[in-house]
Design a protein around this ligand. Structure first.
Ligand code: NAI
Length: 286
């Protein structure tokens, strides 16, 4: 049978999660999505009304099928964690079973198991603030939504992941080099995500024969990136300075994820894989 993938962090057709879903679907995987609760309604409506039909077309002309879309908020592990104001928020009250534990339980109930887990989500409420102006609350929120969310997802999905399975997240070079503008503790969150990739590769590899890698992606004009406010500048900078002077397409990141999830990458784990036209290798801009 084909592989089954759960991709967390898809709420439109502009981001890396959508592109990864397409590449995995093109390689024959069954697609399940986890969509942030506040974005669920508009995403499902758009799907139903055919707004994404054009971008669902795969290279062979067939159309990506999405077996199920699960509401998810990766900041909460189980119902005990949900604060009252969120519980009573209209958008949240309209959905149910969206904590990480409950989503893993639902996927188990609906499909039994998965082979591929993708974490393509991040959130930093103070991302536009320099680190020196970031509050403790903002910093911890960035780490919770962007780093611990991955630990939690993997922890709860490992019991339903088949041995030989593969898990992938998305990171950014701001974890290791100074990228002014990527603030609010988001650079710290990506550093944690990369370090955790190594430790989780060890733990999930030894115990469950699951590989854990992260893709350090170049700039893409996604919804999340537009919210940071410097994405056009980053794309221009890369065009001017990277070894490969072309705009990065989300599909190139999707294809790398499909490779990493496949047996072709059976000895790759604990790695940060750059998909950025080589920009990371430059020492100076020229
Ligand atoms: P995106 O906006 O398509 O994806 C981010 C998703 O995270 C959204 O769908 C949002 O609804 C979801 N999300 C936010 N908080 C959540 C929560 N608590 N629970 C569940 N879902 C939540 O944007 P993009 O850029 O494709 O982001 C995907 C990943 O790629 C992120 O980890 C991002 O940091 C990473 N990345 C993006 C780059 C870029 O230039 N766009 C560059 C390098 C890495």
């Amino acid at each position: 049978r084909g592989k089954r993938a759960f991709i967390a962090g898809v709420a439109d057709d502009n981001g890396y999660g959508w592109a990864i879903a397409k590449s995995l679907a093109a390689a024959g995987a069954e697609i399940l999505l986890g969509t942030w609760v506040p974005a669920l309604n508009i995403f499902e409506t758009s799907l139903r009304r055919g707004k994404f039909d054009e971008s669902r077309v795969l290279p062979d002309g067939s159309v990506m099928e999405i077996s199920k879309v699960y509401p998810l908020d990766a900041v909460y592990d189980n119902p005990d964690d949900i604060p009252e104001d969120v519980k009573t928020n209209k958008r949240y009250a309209a959905s149910s079973k969206w904590t990480v534990q409950e989503v893993a339980d639902s996927v188990k109930q609906d499909f039994g198991s998965i082979d591929i887990l993708v974490h393509s989500l991040a959130n930093g409420p103070e991302v536009t603030k320099p680190l020196l102006e970031t509050s403790r609350r903002g910093y911890l929120a960035a780490i919770s939504a962007s780093s611990y969310s991955y630990v939690s997802l993997l922890k709860h999905f490992i019991p339903i992941m088949n041995p030989g399975g593969s898990s992938i997240s998305l990171t950014y070079i701001a974890s290791e080099r100074i990228i002014p503008g990527y603030g609010g503790g988001m650079s710290s969150a990506k550093a944690a995500l990369e370090s955790d990739t190594r430790v989780l590769a060890f733990e999930a590899g030894r115990k469950n024969k699951i590989r854990v890698n992260t893709i350090s992606a170049g700039p893409l004009r996604s919804r999340a990136a537009k919210a940071i406010g410097f994405i056009d500048m980053m794309i221009e900078y890369s065009l001017a300075n990277a070894p490969l002077q072309k705009e990065l397409s989300a599909e190139e990141v999707g294809n790398t994820a499909a490779f990493l999830a496949s047996p072709l990458a059976s000895a790759i784990t604990g790695a940060v894989i750059y998909v950025d036209n080589g920009l990371n290798a430059m020492g100076v801009g020229v």
